[in-house]
Design a protein around this ligand. Structure first.
Ligand code: NAP
Length: 599
């Protein structure tokens, strides 16, 4: 780490205490893109409590990874900026000096340790202040498991998601009115009298603003991340079935931004099934959505189904901590707050004051926030070096106190000794290419397995991955039983009985028209028409042309059509082909399983 007296650091004319290294170059952000020099200046905030211990250790590890990956061609020039207690000491009690905000904006990329939020005295939380002042609207939390790290899950290796949490809206905007206050009473009166709202007397009131602007910029970032990092899907997590005009609107705007701005690289999950039959096309990211409560279940039961999650402030708050707990908890969960042109990476835990200065705690959270930062900078080789050696060191049982108490036979080491072990392992030589290749092969294998499941058991997959059906394509039977028009009725009755179906689809005739033959057709036409089933042909009894609907037809429209036409089944068409069939029983079962919420 450089200190203030080292040559190569100058006090910028505009800064009181911040010394910008003259040896590096500024990172710039132009037209939505980072421009990354080989010798960038990156900001860091040491943090309070355990902050200095973990920051010291991490700076050494990041520098060693960059040196090892690029052989000296690239190097980070660190610029210390001040927040929290260290800032208060330098800036006359000011925990969040203006020049720090200015420097973080100017430096474009920075990383920070945990900060004490002084209680009382009218202080804004420093983290909230940073988010607001720098408009860091996306809180990004990658959560994945590293071999050897203790976890309550049976297969924690399957967890590998990146959560994009909206940082500026939702019930966190602080628009709240205390029960009994004049403001509360005024608002309650307005809601009751003008808008006919009903709620209990004396309720505390809060406002939940969710805008198209706030949603779209967040989802845009999540999709761009998925594109840049070769991810498979982006899931919009919401509770839109209950809060239609806030969380439901988030879902709709999320799909809208995908369609309008990323239409050539995204498909919806509906399309994945209806147009691509569950086989994900190369180069396309699947946009899907899940109800928030189901998402918690899914992250325990089928975490491998999810990749990038985009959600609102409150859902994101709960989800990121819950998912982090699946793979090692706050001690190693990294995070970042990112806006347009400014990114601040940060440890997600607090200052753990009882361990301050003891050189004892786990540097993992800050370390992996730095890994995210290196990836954000496009320096993935250095990032990969750290993620590759980390599980090796932990699996050898070299860990800090928090893991040592959960791993039998582990050797507890200090923060700095853990850093030494990582650096030593990196310098000992890591076959980055072989490891990356093995990881890639594993990824492809898992994708293939998921694809096979989607192809073979679409409805079971829908249920077990938490998908809610929206269209008839989601519910249709694809294993169609078809017969030729020249078959006898007797043969077809045998086919129906053997397969326990009440209808068969009839192959197209010379005019290309598909048909359908139902049990009811047979009963009425054979009996009333005095036909002999052994000699009568399918073409004599089938209904032609068949009335069909496309797979994208909503369940609501399909139900209306069944009722209007007095049908009990609908063949599903794609172009001039019949590709499946959905029956009244399928719709009945879907409503029984998933319920029905008015739209
Ligand atoms: P905390 O500092 O996160 O500590 C809670 C517990 O988490 C610690 O006692 C320790 O558990 C464990 N822990 C945290 N960091 C760890 C690490 N690096 N390695 C191993 N274990 C770790 O939460 P807090 O005590 O609620 O908050 C203390 C202060 O931090 C408050 O001033 C709060 O405002 C601030 N805070 C800041 C941030 C931030 O800057 N991002 C975030 C949260 C809180 P054991 O006791 O079981 O060992």
């Amino acid at each position: 780490m450089q200190n203030n007296t080292e040559p190569g650091l100058v006090m910028s004319a505009s800064y009181r205490h911040i010394k910008v290294p003259t040896s590096g170059e500024k990172i710039t952000y132009v037209d939505g893109k980072l421009s990354m020099p080989d010798q960038p200046i990156v900001g860091y905030v040491e943090g309070d409590g355990i902050g200095p211990d973990i920051t010291r250790a991490c700076l050494r590890i990041w520098d060693a990874a960059v040196e090892k990956a690029y052989g000296g061609k690239r190097k980070i020039h660190w610029c210390e900026v001040f927040l929290g207690e260290k800032a208060a000491g330098l800036y006359d009690g000011n925990y969040c000096p203006d020049e720090t905000i200015e420097a973080l904006r100017d430096l474009v990329v920075s990383i920070k340790g945990p900060l004490t939020t002084p209680v009382g005295g009218g202080f804004r939380s420093l983290n909230v202040a940073l988010r607001q002042d720098l408009d860091l609207y996306a809180c990004v939390r990658p959560v994945r498991h590293y071999a050897g790290v203790p976890s309550p899950l049976k297969n924690p290796g399957k967890v590998d998601v990146v959560i994009f949490r909206e940082n500026t809206e939702d019930v966190y905007t602080g628009i709240e009115f205390k029960s009994g206050s004049p403001e509360n009473e005024k608002l309650a009166k307005f809601l009751r009298e003008e808008l006919k709202a009903k709620f209990f007397e004396g309720a505390g009131l809060g406002v939940k603003p969710i805008s198209a602007f706030g949603t779209k910029r967040l989802v845009r970032k999540a999709i761009q991340y998925a594109i840049d990092n070769g991810r498979e899907s982006v899931t919009l997590v919401h509770k839109g079935n209950i809060m239609k005009f806030t969380e439901g609107a988030f879902r709709n705007w999320g799909y809208e931004v995908a369609r309008e701005e990323f239409g050539n690289v995204t498909i919806t999950e509906e399309q994945l099934y209806s147009e691509y039959k569950g086989k994900q096309p190369e180069g396309k990211i699947v946009i899907k959505d899940r109800i928030a409560d189901i998402m918690f279940q899914m992250m325990l039961l089928r975490p491998e189904e999810f990749d990038v999650l985009a959600t609102m402030n409150l859902n994101g708050d709960y989800l990121s901590d819950a998912i982090a707990a699946e793979v090692g908890g706050v001690g190693i969960a990294p995070g970042a707050n990112i806006g347009d042109g400014v990114a601040v990476f940060e440890a997600t835990h607090g200052t753990a004051p009882k361990y301050a200065g003891l050189n004892k705690v786990n540097p993992g959270s800050l370390l992996f926030s730095g890994v995210m930062m290196l990836e954000y900078m496009g320096w993935s080789e250095a990032a990969d070096l750290i993620t590759l050696v980390y599980p090796e060191v932990v699996s050898d049982g070299i860990v800090t106190y928090d893991f040592a108490r959960q791993i039998d036979g582990a050797k507890e080491v200090s923060t700095s000794a853990f850093a030494d072990a990582l650096i030593e392992r990196m310098q000992g030589g890591v076959d980055l290419n072989a490891k990356r290749k093995a990881q890639q092969e594993q990824l492809i294998k898992e994708r293939k397995q998921r694809e096979i499941r989607r192809l073979l058991q679409p409805t079971e997959e829908m249920i077990s991955t938490g998908r809610v059906p929206h269209t008839v394509g989601d519910l249709m039977t694809r294993a169609l039983i078809t017969v030729s028009e020249d078959e006898t009725i007797e043969t077809v009755m045998g086919v129906m009985a053997d397969n326990s179906v009440s209808s068969v689809v009839v192959d197209p005739n010379a005019a290309g028209q598909w048909g359908i033959l139902t049990r009811r057709d047979i009963v009425t036409k054979v009996v009333q028409g005095n036909k002999n089933p052994a000699t009568a042909k399918v073409k004599d009894l089938a209904s032609r042309p068949v009335v069909s609907v496309p797979a994208e037809t909503t369940i609501r429209d399909a139900a209306a059509m069944l009722s209007a036409k007095n049908f009990s089944r609908l063949p599903i068409s794609q172009g001039d082909r019949i590709i499946g069939i959905v029956t009244e029983t399928d719709l009945f079962n879907a409503i029984k399983k998933f319920g029905w919420t008015a739209e």
